[in-house]
Write a protein that binds this ligand. Sequence first.
Ligand code: NAG
Ligand code: NAG
Ligand code: NAG
Length: 509
Amino acid sequence: MSLRLSLWLLLFCLGMFRHKLLPGVQADSVPSAAKTLVWGPGLEANIVLPARFFYVQAVDSSGRNLTTSPGEKTFEVKIVSPVEQFTRIWIQVLDRQDGSFLVRYRMYATYTDIHIHILLNNKHIAKSPFILEGPVYHEGCDCPQPSGSVWEAHMHCPQSFPQIDRDLAIYASVDPDRNAQEIPQRFGQRQSLCHYTVKDNKVYVQTFGEHVGFRIFMDAILLSLTRKVRLPDLEFFVNLGDWPLEKRKPTEKIQPIFSWCGSNNTRDIVMPTYDLTESVLETMGRVSLDMMSVQANTGPPWPEKNATAFWRGRDSRQERLELVKLSRAQPNTIDAAFTNFFFFKHDESLYGPLVKHVSFFDFFKYKYQINIDGTVAAYRLPYLLAGDSVVLKQDSSYYEHFYNELQPWEHYIPIRADLGDLLEKIQWARDHDEEAKKIALAGQQFARNYLMGNRIFCYYYKLFQEYAKLQVTEPKIREGMELVEQPSDDLFPCYCHRTSLRDSAKDEL
Ligand SMILES: *[C@@H]1O[C@H](CO)[C@@H](O)[C@H](O)[C@H]1NC(C)=O
Ligand SMILES: *[C@@H]1O[C@H](CO)[C@@H](O)[C@H](O)[C@H]1NC(C)=O
Ligand SMILES: *[C@@H]1O[C@H](CO)[C@@H](O)[C@H](O)[C@H]1NC(C)=O
């Protein structure tokens, strides 16, 4: 064979190979307006969320999903109201870099109908325009759906949540009168607690203890929920501290305390963490870290990610110290460092110098993310799952509301509580790149399906509803409680047709 021919063959084969390896850069990888997929809660009028959202998956003309970004500006989204010239709607199209897009929008007023236009080169895609027949309420509108079951159906809430069933199974009943007496006596001095009553869909609260600042998250979710759906009357206690409180054995008299974190050794009723709750509510105008922006900042594509396991954080637990020591011994395998020392004495010879804070988005330059307990469960897990890396999760006696549904080897790689097998597990991931990538992807899917706003609202609602059923005395507005008022929405008042319907029904009687 001539040299020239073999060279040509070589080049030809390389070309084929390249073609096979990188299906994303095929010439026909342009999205098709007709085949592209659009779905999500933001396309339904009755799913009221602080930030509404939906997904767009680019599909080419032969029906194949694009797996790399066709360009950030590929799709244009416009939301218009047929009766109003200017809609006060903020829209953001987030490129997930994997051929899909997350579109979020925030409404600042209520509209009779809205039309969502999704355009590709000025052509409508899929079933665009999507017509949401209203009224389409905005987050600030105080307009609760009177029927909880109608609201749950609108939200597509699941029939049950295993964690709620498990947490409540130990109570044959709960007695608000007795709890109002006993719980503040038992915990009110040394712990920070909130005592809430929801009566006629209004929220009342009394706080106990010194550090009650975190009450704002609970107030905010209760106000947000009661604007959307009528809650049953209920009375309950929320623990504002980090650690779960109820340590009694099932054979003793257990008192129901709602906490943001549960543990194998306690009986507290878990709720989504204040952090995840805040991310859903976006009350504080939080822009950096929420379950949506994290999905658009997942770093380079998988093959280009650094195969060193990554961790940053503060010294809130012994195992974190061990992790950093391990990293210093094995810098080619683990990059773990402290950004802050607070709990332990900072010994630089053992734990190295403090490093600068790293943007959470930069975590995803690395393939392997280590999730290790802090004071309690590490509340970053939802964001780590939502990113585009595989999570190595330490076994822990602490858990959040969703751990029950999270499966080892499916959604994350498990590591022992004492980190004894961490190096081995990282090596496994390096040796099984395809499998590791698959787990990373399943973790993302989990986050999309279970950790977004619609699901979090469902969880809270179901928890309150199931808990309310257990009450054997009537929830009351106790002495010392104050009304938690809905923020006034003067700027863009909403007209709630539900209350007006109810009022006019009354008038007819
Ligand atoms: C394309 O993406 C959609 C949305 O994620 C998914 O439901 C579907 O199964 C994918 N299709 C293929 C052929 O992978
Ligand atoms: C991967 O990350 C480690 C630790 O941060 C760093 O030392 C190394 O240079 C990185 N490798 C590449 C190829 O960037
Ligand atoms: C906590 O309980 C879960 C579920 O029973 C178990 O898988 C886990 O190993 C336990 N963890 C610890 C550290 O006790």
